[in-house]
Design a protein around this ligand. Structure first.
Ligand SMILES: [Zn+2]
Length: 408
């Protein structure tokens, strides 16, 4: 019989998020994974080596943020010369906030920026040494609509009239294959819908529709071709119109519907809009912060890509305008606000920041779940969903063993 050797940790006195419920149960961890305790008890006659009292709290999978541009003073699109330092410090800082896995996100940039930064944004294991796991880059743009560019720089936007070769020139197909999790594109941009299927086949990445003026027909077409996600629903897209609801209309499709990122910081999207999305497609929500470099730092002037942005009172604007340019929210705040805005259950809100983003990326056997065999990325939360303790690959992360610096 194969013997499991590593020390076994038991979480007790807790409500465990499993099977879409909060269940009074124990959770067992060994060698960085969630384990089935039956083998330990009955075959190996072992008892836990370490016991963790959760004090009546909730045990949930670590949060997953699939859209974050930066934090702690660093920006994935702007800090190209110190990109390793940026990844290192953001990964560690996010981990201590309870975000145990994420997709570093880039704004529309010039090809040389992608060729330089993407090799540093590829998948990386989560650990005390590495910080939060990197799930691969989320590349937002530059194949997006000039009319819905938001905080993206107009001069960087492109079309794909030559198909795959345009993507190759812009990002490098090999870079997409190795380092990207998903790309946000506007379906109506020339060449996009014709190329989505080939791009997915060629690189294995996921495609999201966003920063787009797509009509309902164009949005439907992209979805049929394999796009499975909507980037920051309601922001930077064709507003809902009764006869042509655009990308937003996909939430009302009668067959399958895409996942959608939503920035639930109370600023980007009105609480009523969050409620509409929740009613329309509760199992599709992926809470994202869309955070930028000023997350966790004081008000002031910062960079988003090459844009100057002004951060004050929780708002982020392109300097001198009223265009919103990312958030300074944490995912933990977005989870709590989602409940406040919608009256959703704790389970639903937690799954929006764990299970759904993992499903969107096709990794829900390992991340966003506490099922046996999954990575032991675990949060202990109190009943108000404040993060109390964070574990990555089975080891507790604290400010003593995870040290990072901010770029001021
Ligand atoms: Zn965006």
């Amino acid at each position: 019989m194969e013997s499991s050797s590593g020390s076994i940790t038991q979480f007790y006195n807790c409500l465990v998020l499993k099977d879409h419920n909060l269940v009074k149960d124990y959770l067992y961890v060994q060698d960085g994974k969630i384990i089935d305790p039956a083998k330990m008890f009955w075959e190996e006659k072992r008892t836990p080596d370490v016991r963790i009292d959760c004090k009546g709290g909730i045990v949930a999978p670590g949060y997953i943020d699939v859209q974050i541009n930066g934090a702690f003073g660093y920006d994935f699109s702007n800090d190209t010369d110190i990109i390793e330092e940026a990844v290192e410090n953001i990964s560690k800082g996010l981990l201590l906030q309870g975000c145990t896995a994420y997709c570093p996100t880039t704004v529309s940039s010039r090809p040389e920026v992608y060729h330089k930064v993407l090799p540093h944004l590829g998948p990386r294991k989560g650990s005390i040494e590495n910080g939060a796991a990197v799930l691969g880059a989320h590349i937002e743009g530059p194949f997006i609509s000039p009319q819905k560019k938001g905080a993206h720089e107009l001069a960087t936007l492109r079309t794909a009239k030559n198909g795959l070769s345009d993507f190759d020139e812009c990002y490098g197909l090999e870079n997409l294959r190795k380092y990207a999790a998903y790309v946000t594109m506007a379906p109506e941009v020339e060449g996009i819908t014709d190329t989505i299927s080939a791009l997915i086949k060629e690189t294995g990445i996921s495609i999201a529709s966003g920063h787009s003026n797509a009509t309902t027909a164009q949005a439907d077409e992209a979805f049929k071709k394999g796009a499975n996600m909507i980037t920051h629903l309601f922001n930077a897209m064709h507003p809902f119109h009764q006869r042509d609801p655009g990308i937003i209309g996909l939430l009302g499709a009668s067959d399958s519907r895409p996942f959608y990122g939503i920035i639930c910081d109370g600023i980007h999207v009105h609480p009523h809009s969050v409620m509409i999305a929740y009613y329309a497609h509760p199992n599709g929500a992926c809470l994202v912060t869309d955070a930028m470099s000023a997350q966790s730092l004081p008000d002031g002037f910062y960079k988003l890509g090459e844009m100057d942005v002004d951060v004050h009172g929780g708002h982020v604007y392109i300097k001198g305008t009223n265009t919103i340019a990312g958030s300074i929210a944490t995912l933990a705040e977005c989870v709590r606000k989602f409940i406040k805005f919608t009256g959703a259950s704790k389970v639903e809100a937690l799954e929006n920041a764990t299970l759904h983003p993992a499903q969107m990326l096709g990794i829900s056997d390992k991340k966003g779940t506490l099922t046996h065999g999954a990575d032991a990325d675990i949060l202990i939360l109190n009943q108000d969903l404040d993060v109390q303790r964070v574990f990555i690959a089975g080891v507790e992360a604290t400010s003593n063993n995870v040290r990072f610096k901010q770029k001021l």
